[in-house]
Design a protein around this ligand. Structure first.
Ligand code: ATP
Ligand code: MG
Length: 267
């Protein structure tokens, strides 16, 4: 609410009067070009950073309330861009157990959660593998499993697919969708890749520390000029749809994916 933020001692506002309400169970995407403030905003969601002005409230808890820090961190997990920087253990199962051990969970509970979390991300059976021997995509899945083991209500993903190839990207994207669909976890998904927002319920577009648009992917993709103004590019399918529109073709509903387009063109 009315959130503004400047890094220490700098006058410049990196976040400028942000107002967002992310609902429980929602898949909420935040998109913007490099330096628009996405990661700075993400770090406010679990009190890694605190507002310079305004407030951030997580499930009724103000992030300024230091006595509730661990309640907030338990509710909101974070997965970052580079899986290499998130992995601290040398064996897969130890990595997932790490956070739980620090919180003093009993070992039978830890075992259970490790097994379940690895299964959810598709790493079941890889418990004993050394972490250095995992591919980039597997490392990112491991990072997700480690967060998942803490049973958060919400997970914030800060450009989790940037280091991956197209297949790895699709793979992680489908794991994330399943977290929401099967486990009901609220997803905040940060990206600068327009294609990745098609599965979200709502999208906020950031530019120079401000939220400049906020709506469904359909609404955001329809604001063609505004999108270009903030340096983003429409994905191929909406761009094609827009060109067809200019040529006089009228769509019942703006297609976002190849599947949408097929339905529209060949009903
Ligand atoms: N620790 C820091 N100290 C000072 N300024 C910072 C710090 N981290 C980020 N900034 C500045 O804040 C602005 C927003 O950065 P931020 O990392 O939040 O953007 P972003 O949208 O996540 O960019 P990217 O897409 O490159 O990850 C940038 O101008 C950046 O230089
Ligand atoms: Mg960033």
């Amino acid at each position: 609410m009315d959130l503004s933020f400047s890094y220490y001692g700098e006058g410049r506002k990196v976040l400028d009067d942000i107002n967002l309400h992310i609902r429980k169970g929602e898949f909420f995407s935040i998109i913007g070009v490099n330096g628009s403030g996405k990661s700075t905003l993400a770090k406010h969601f679990n009190a890694i950073l605190l507002p310079s002005e305004g407030r951030v409230v997580v499930d009724g808890i103000d992030t300024n309330d230091r006595s509730r820090l661990w309640d907030i961190r338990k509710k909101v997990g974070m997965v970052f861009q580079n899986p290499e920087n998130q992995i601290v253990s040398s064996v897969v199962e130890e990595e997932v157990a790490f956070g739980l051990e620090n919180l003093g969970y009993p070992s039978c509970e830890i075992k259970k959660r490790v097994k379940e979390s690895l299964k959810v991300v598709g790493l079941g059976g890889m418990e004993k593998r050394p972490t250095y021997a995992l591919s980039g995509g597997e490392k990112q899945r491991l990072a997700i499993a480690s967060v998942l083991a803490m049973e958060p209500e919400c997970i914030v993903f800060d450009e989790p697919t940037t280091m991956l190839d197209p297949a790895g990207r699709k793979d992680i994207a489908s794991v994330i969708r399943r977290l929401r669909e099967d486990l009901g976890i609220t997803i905040v998904y940060i990206t600068h890749i327009m294609e990745e927002i098609v599965f979200s319920d709502r999208v906020a577009v950031m530019n120079e520390g401000r939220v400049v648009m906020d709506g469904s992917p359909y609404e955001v993709f329809s604001m063609v000029d505004e999108i270009e103004q903030v340096g983003l590019e429409l994905p191929a399918v909406p761009r094609l749809a827009q060109m067809l529109g200019k040529m006089g073709y009228s769509f019942k509903r703006m297609p976002l994916t190849i599947e949408d387009l097929m339905v529209e063109l060949c009903p």
